[in-house]
Ligand binder design. Structure first.
Ligand SMILES: O=C(O)CC1=NCN=C1
Ligand SMILES: [Zn+2]
Length: 426
């Protein structure tokens, strides 16, 4: 195994270069830096050269050290895909809810009746750290097979100080043992637990006075997120939590305007949140304020699809100058999928995003949504060698061939972890 890995003769290399200091907005989202007949040279865990085949070949031929070669003929090479919004650490499953919703039950009514998030919370509270690890690893393995090399991971199924702490410790442990990188978000404000149903403001105080200080002291999360929604947390409660999180060094994110127009996008802009997520019902004012303040819209078309709801107005957001990222929203209730490639298909087919925009949204813009654009999200010299080879001759095929997995090879930190679609990292 040499220090050099040479990915040669790709049909296309999609570099998504030139936007590491700020996310792509507007027409910039369509500029994804395509190199026809290109190659990539990796040394250890970093990208050291990317360009047209001949130029990279000449450089490689002058090297005195041995070079491992991957023949990428007929393949499209992209940066590793990034999922900036998952609830991946949890126990149990919620298939029963699908049947209820197919018979007309609404997501939010199931939650209000003590199901939904609260039923996953009951199972997650019961689960040991080891059980949470063993239930989450297969989900991470599937993400890897879909070409996802970095994900964000929220807490929010503990809803007690110790159980939120447990979830975040599990995410930290998974980040150490699994090839995928996990970036953690504290989301103690995911739902009001039954024991605080009569006095939700006391739960907000528990989050402020106990959970946030512990998470900040132990540096178990970089972001703080709140489910700002009718019947969950009010705009006022959300603001109190996110302002305190920000004071303690946790950057704000917000589940905004998912079910009803609720002012979440406006709150995200007011607080200068890194991202506002969902936005199926965001107002025109909220979109304009997000554009003005540079708040990234993390859109979740898989959740809209699974909840049989209208998706977010991506075209209006892109037109208004809001940076758009995409995510699976992997969770057991409203989006049980790891297929970020299918989310890209849905973004094209249900939100009319272009093949270029969805690639920018799943790479560099997603990297900005988790504060990692200096490290990942594009194929540029000095960045982490997180690279995907897709079995396709051009990037448009990735959206044309929908609901299939075209990932052939996944390289994580310069090491091959998926080959021929098979996980070889074990
Ligand atoms: O239902 C869940 O478990 C996750 C979720 N949080 C907010 N929307 C969906
Ligand atoms: Zn979510």
């Amino acid at each position: 195994m040499s220090e050099y890995l040479y990915i040669k003769n790709a049909s296309q290399v999609i570099t998504v270069s030139g936007s590491s200091n700020k996310p792509k907005v507007g027409r910039e989202m369509s500029n994804i830096g395509v190199i026809e007949n290109g190659s990539v040279l990796i040394k250890k865990d970093r990208i050291v050269l990317v360009g047209v085949n001949q130029a990279v070949e000449q450089y490689v031929n002058r090297l005195s050290e041995p070079v491992d070669v991957i023949n990428a003929a007929g393949k499209v090479v992209t940066p590793g895909l990034i999922d900036p919004h998952t609830h991946i650490v949890f126990a149990g499953s919620r298939e029963k809810e699908l049947e209820m919703r197919l018979k007309g039950a609404k997501y939010i009514d199931i939650l209000k009746a003590g199901g939904g998030i609260l039923s996953t919370t009951a199972e997650t509270r019961q689960a040991s750290e080891q059980q949470l690890i063993s239930e989450t690893v297969p989900r991470l393995d599937r993400f890897l097979q879909y070409g996802v090399t970095t994900i964000e991971a929220k807490s929010g199924y503990g809803l007690t100080t110790m159980d939120e702490w447990k979830q975040l410790r599990v995410a930290k442990k998974l980040n150490e043992i699994h090839p995928i990188d996990l970036v953690s978000t504290f989301m103690g404000a995911h739902a009001v637990p039954n024991e605080y149903k009569e006095n939700p403001d006391d739960f907000v105080q528990l989050i402020i006075n106990e959970m946030l200080p512990l998470v900040a002291k132990e540096k178990l999360a970089e972001f703080c997120d709140v489910f700002c929604e009718e019947g969950v947390f009010t705009v006022e409660q959300s603001k109190i939590i996110l302002v305190e999180g920000k004071r303690l060094g946790l950057l704000p994110k917000i589940h905004a305007d998912e079910i009803v127009p609720f002012g979440g996008a406006e709150l995200a802009a007011e607080l200068g949140a890194v991202s506002a997520d969902h936005l199926l019902r965001a107002s025109e004012e909220g979109i304009l304020e997000m554009a003005e303040k540079g708040v990234i819209a993390v859109l979740l078309p898989g959740t809209a699809f699974f909840l049989m709801a209208e998706p977010a107005n991506a075209r209006r957001m892109i037109e208004a100058g809001v940076a758009v990222a995409l995510s699976t929203d992997r969770n057991p209730g409203s989006s049980p999928t790891e297929s970020l490639p299918f989310i890209m298909n849905l973004a094209c087919l249900t939100m009319k995003m272009t093949p270029e925009e969805v690639l920018a949204a799943c790479t560099i813009n997603a990297a900005h949504a988790i504060n990692r654009a200096h490290e990942i999200g594009s194929i540029e010299v000095g960045k982490k060698a997180d690279v995907i080879l897709f079995d396709a001759r051009n990037y448009q095929t990735l959206q044309y061939n929908y609901a299939v997995n075209l990932v052939d090879t996944v390289i994580k930190n310069g090491k091959v972890v998926v080959k021929g679609g098979v996980n070889v990292a074990k």
